[in-house]
Ligand binder design. Structure first.
Ligand SMILES: *Cc1c(COP(=O)(O)O)cnc(C)c1O
Length: 348
């Protein structure tokens, strides 16, 4: 297993290279006293659910899952029958990184992918896909899923969200948001969580905890409560009902009560802007997507990227061939400056 490094200096290949933030850790530790009723009938889970309802200013249905793949797949399955289809961007995590789980959990709801410039869906792209076929031989489009912030580090504006939700409503489809990096999107736009979701027509949100600074866990919020019918059974069947649920829900209490969820998103975004500012004028490197959330995508020649790897930096190039750098709640500015200096040394 020679590829497993024992060097624990910060790497920015993904925001899930980071550990657990102090607020989440402290809450888990506090939850680790005495006994509690299992399967979610415990005070921590009730408290976390109510904190979500307060934060989103609405009486939403709240569920907890282990990871984003499960959260996305189960929630999309609850919006569709097996003969329906789900519209998403070609770069969407549900399409590229979930091993067919959305289709598997829905017993076959097909994903219909739209080409996009930067990972952002548009009402036009949705309409084109949704109306391209209306005959019995094609799975009927029933849901749209958008990622906020996107896999390319872009963020939908509230106007863009509203235009998308108007289109989906008109086409009699449901709107789902993959918020694996919801906190980064909120930090960028500066609006309330309610404004970015149900007030803009989003019916279901998967709110990412892992990349935001928790050990594990995503919350699934149904603003359209009718869509959550029997969702508890779906979670159990999918192997997503934690018996010691307090360890999945208590870190959320720590994150939401302290405001760490938002501070963490802000810090990660600031670190992305720091890298961008430090390398904006480097001659042989260009930025692929506007830096809005916590990602920087660097387009450079393969020999240059290889030199960056040779200096010990790890990164993925699966989106458009560029080097992706993702920042997290704990990113050390000095380490970002080291990366910037290496990019400059190689690519000037
Ligand atoms: C990380 C991520 C997820 C969740 O991935 P898991 O590995 O299943 O937790 C979902 N959507 C997006 C856009 C992601 O980046």
């Amino acid at each position: 297993m020679s590829h497993i490094s024992t060097d624990n200096s910060q790497q920015f290949a993904s925001d899930n290279y980071s550990g657990i933030c102090p607020e989440a850790w402290a809450a888990m530790q506090e939850a680790n006293h005495g006994h509690a009723t299992p399967y979610g009938d415990d005070p921590w889970t009730a408290r976390a659910s109510n904190l979500f309802r307060d934060l989103f200013e609405t009486d939403c249905e709240v569920f907890f899952a282990f990871n984003g793949t499960a959260a996305n797949s189960m929630s999309l399955a609850s919006l569709c029958q097996s003969y329906h289809s789900v519209i998403c961007a070609q770069t969407a995590h549900v399409e590229t990184d979930e091993c067919g789980a959305p289709e598997f959990f829905s017993n076959g709801s097909k994903l219909l992918t739209a080409q996009t410039i930067d990972g952002k869906m548009t009402p036009e792209a949705i309409r084109t896909l949704a109306t391209s076929r209306q005959d019995i031989h094609f799975p009927r489009p029933k849901a749209v899923t958008i990622t906020q912030s996107t896999e390319t580090g872009r963020v939908y504006t509230l106007d863009q969200l509203k235009a998308i939700s108007e289109t989906t409503r008109e086409l009699k489809m449901h709107l789902h948001m993959d918020g694996a990096r919801f906190a980064n999107a909120i930090a960028h736009v500066g609006c309330t969580p309610a404004e970015m979701t149900w007030k803009s027509g989003v019916e279901v949100l998967c709110f990412g905890g892992t990349k935001n600074g928790m050990a594990v866990g995503e919350a699934i919020l149904f603003f359209n409560r009718a869509l959550a019918e029997d969702f508890d059974y779906r979670c159990k069947q999918a192997g997503q009902l934690a018996s010691k649920m307090r360890y999945l829900s208590s870190p959320w209490v720590g994150m939401l009560e302290s405001g760490a969820w938002k501070r963490n998103g802000e810090h990660a975004n600031t670190m992305a802007k720091r890298l961008h500012a430090a390398i904006a004028d480097v001659a042989n490197a260009s930025i692929m997507f506007d830096v809005e959330a916590n990602a920087v995508f660097l387009l450079a020649s393969e020999p240059h990227l290889q030199q960056l790897r040779d200096r010990g930096w790890r990164f993925y190039t699966f989106i458009g061939g560029g080097a992706r750098f993702m920042f997290a709640w704990d990113t050390d500015p000095a380490r970002v400056d080291q990366l910037a200096a290496d990019i400059r040394a190689i690519m000037s």
